[in-house]
Each structure stands twice: as structure tokens, then as C-alpha cells.
Design a protein around this ligand. Structure first.
Ligand code: MG
Length: 369
């Protein structure tokens, strides 16, 4: 397989409900899609970078530039293109994991379609369906939050995750726990606290939470270990885990009891699988995080979440959680679970008319020198 043509397409989809975290308010989802064509078929990738740095250093325009200028030329030079060879060729460029994951995803989709194998089978999936959790942004009032959570519980989600930040933590979490005593509940701080907040965070122990996700800055791995020693609530790391090696270090330090795996954060699904393997070796449960992906990204995440170590509900949601009209056939949830796609590659494709409706820019590349 060899790269012949690449289309980099920007789409802009309105979100059904604004999503607010400690990092800001998202009203729309500006997304970079990549389609690659080879003599053996085509494949799709989706970039999870957000328009602005915040979750991490990466941002969408930067990812698009590094893909076009540096990653694609490295991958196009390969005469026998495979997912692992593409990842290895891109490793010469430091950083930019979300950009690399986009290219690797498209190559993997094309390669698997050609070989008539599904993404889940390629990664080592063992499940036909994945348990779904819902991630709930910061609300204007506790009353609004309770109404929102009530809707999600009625929808059948198997776990509720609340975003927290200083000024929006103990009160909303207590209110949700009192109203829904039996729901599996966890919180995500997106690195909004410091170790000086340890006493306040320890008060979350009263609410029987499944985990406290990324309370401290991504670089404060040792502080997470210190914090963990004073908490009963298990600590889950998200932003801090950028590779299998960083997972090994965090586990050795006692900084986490659970890991949230996002392929975009770690440079692709192959590295995501290695993190899964490292965590499984240390009996650390993992779950699949989300970045407000379209059906394409959700399909790849479903394949990842089908691996045996993904024993906790994923941040994978039906299309209607985010979009009135997804760019693929809608992802649907039944009884709090979503089926893992079985067809070759990602198992689904963007619908051309829908993609066209949301497209804001297209760049086509075919001369890679
Ligand atoms: Mg998180």
C-alpha cells in the first residue's frame, strides 16, 4: 500500500447543547477530517484537537499544519505502508500526538479495509458492545445540573461523570449523589486543582465516587501520588498519560489506580493499545475517554474499548448526545451500551452530502515529491 492522494477537510458542526468545562465553553465542533487514497483503497481519520490549546498544547490549526508539512511527507515516502510503519515514520517528529493519531487512524482504516478485517479485531477486541457513560459539563446552577443528570439516567447511561473545578465541586457532587444514590458517579477536574487543595478534594470521599480524574496539572505526576495517599477515592489520570512509558512511571509512583486512554492524546491507537497492555500487566483498569468525536472517531474508540482491560464505562455516546446530524450513520445506544462495529476498517463512512453541508475548507494533496 502506498499513499497516492490525501484530502484534509475542515468541518464545523453545531453541538446540540453547549459543553462547558473548566477549559471553556464549546458551542460548535470544528473538526479536521482526513481521507487517504491508495491503490489498494481509501481510509478515514479524524483529528480530536480542539480549536484552542487548553486540554493540551495541541490545537487544530497546528495539527493541520504539522500533518501537511511533516507527517504526510514521511508517510508518503513508505512503499509498503502499514499502520505500524506509518507510526514509526512519524515518530521522528516530536510531540503532536493528535496529528499523528489522525494519520495513523486513516492508514489503519485503509489497510484494514484492504485486508477485510475490523478495527476491533486488529486491536484485539473481545467485546461486541461497550458500556457507555456520560460526561456532564459544568452547569449554571445545581438545579440545572440535576435536571440534566436526570435525563441521562433516564437515557440509560451506565455511569455519570461530572466536570468539577474550584467553586463547582462539593456542592454539585453532593446534590447529584443525594438525588441519585445508586448511580455510578465519578468526577473529572481537567487539572484544575493544586496539591494545596488536597483537604477539599479529600471531602469528595464522602460521595462514593468511582474515581477522581486528573485533579492536578498534567506534569504533576508525583503530586498525584502524594494526593492519592490521602484519599480513599481512586485517582484516574488522563492528561498526564501521554505514552506507555509515562503510564509505567505513573503506576510505579502510585499516582493512579485507573487510567483514561484517549488515542489522540497518546499518538494513536497502537500506543493506546500498548498503554492498555501496560495497565493490564499491573492490574490497573482502564476506560476509553472521548473528545466530542463524530461517528468516525467514536467507531475507532468503540474498537479500542472492546479490548479486555477496558472494564469501566467509556465516554462514548450516541450521536444524538452531541449532534443533531452526525456525519456518519448515527451511533445509537441500547440499554446503555453501543455495539462495536464489525465491518472492515472503521466499519462506517461519512455520508458525503452531510459532510459537504458542514465543510468549511478542503485541501487536496497528491504530489509528495
Ligand atoms: Mg478527562
Amino acid at each position: 500500500m502506498k499513499l497516492e492522494r490525501v484530502e484534509l477537510r475542515r468541518i464545523d458542526i453545531p453541538l446540540r447543547t453547549p459543553f462547558r468545562t473548566s477549559l471553556g465553553l464549546e458551542l460548535r465542533r470544528d473538526i479536521l477530517l482526513m481521507r487517504i487514497d491508495t491503490a489498494d483503497g481509501h481510509g478515514w481519520g479524524e483529528c480530536v484537537a480542539l480549536p484552542e490549546p487548553g486540554y493540551s498544547e495541541e490545537y487544530l490549526d497546528g495539527s493541520a499544519a504539522v500533518i501537511q508539512r511533516f507527517l504526510l511527507p514521511a508517510v508518503a515516502a513508505l512503499d509498503d505502508l502499514t499502520p505500524a510503519r506509518a507510526a514509526a515514520a512519524m515518530a521522528a517528529v516530536p510531540g503532536h500526538p493528535m496529528a499523528k493519531a489522525t494519520v495513523e487512524m486513516a492508514v489503519t482504516d485503509a489497510w484494514l479495509r484492504h485486508h477485510r478485517a475490523s478495527y476491533a479485531d486488529y486491536l484485539g477486541g473481545v467485546r461486541d458492545a461497550v458500556d457507555c457513560g456520560v460526561s456532564v459539563g459544568i452547569a449554571d446552577t445545581v438545579g440545572q445540573l440535576l435536571d440534566e443528570v436526570e435525563g441521562y439516567v433516564a437515557d440509560g447511561y451506565r455511569r455519570v461523570k461530572l466536570k468539577i473545578e474550584p467553586g463547582w465541586d462539593l456542592e454539585p457532587v453532593r446534590a447529584v449523589r443525594e438525588r441519585f444514590p445508586d448511580v455510578v458517579l465519578q468526577v473529572d477536574a481537567n487539572a484544575a486543582y493544586t496539591l494545596s487543595d488536597a483537604r477539599r478534594l479529600a471531602q469528595l470521599d464522602d460521595f462514593d465516587l468511582a474515581m477522581l480524574e486528573q485533579p492536578l496539572s498534567s506534569s504533576d505526576v508525583r503530586d498525584h501520588a502524594t494526593l492519592a495517599r490521602g484519599l480513599r477515592t481512586p485517582i484516574c489520570l488522563d492528561e498526564s498519560i501521554t505514552s506507555a512509558r509515562s503510564a509505567v512511571d505513573a503506576i510505579a509512583l502510585g499516582a493512579c489506580a485507573i487510567v483514561n486512554i484517549k488515542a489522540g492524546r497518546v499518538g494513536g491507537y497502537l500506543e493506546a493499545r500498548r498503554i492498555h497492555d501496560v495497565c493490564a500487566t499491573h492490574s490497573i483498569p482502564v476506560w476509553c475517554g472521548g473528545m466530542l468525536e463524530t461517528g468516525l472517531g467514536q467507531a475507532a474508540n468503540l474498537a479500542l474499548a472492546a479490548l479486555p482491560g477496558f472494564t469501566l464505562p467509556a465516554d462514548i455516546a450516541p450521536s444524538l448526545r452531541y449532534f443533531d446530524t452526525d456525519i456518519t450513520a448515527p451511533i445509537t445506544m441500547r440499554d446503555g451500551r453501543i455495539a462495536v462495529p464489525e465491518l472492515p476498517g472503521l466499519g462506517l463512512e461519512p455520508v458525503p452530502e452531510i459532510v459537504a453541508r458542514y465543510t468549511t475548507d478542503v485541501v487536496t494533496l497528491s504530489d509528495f515529491g
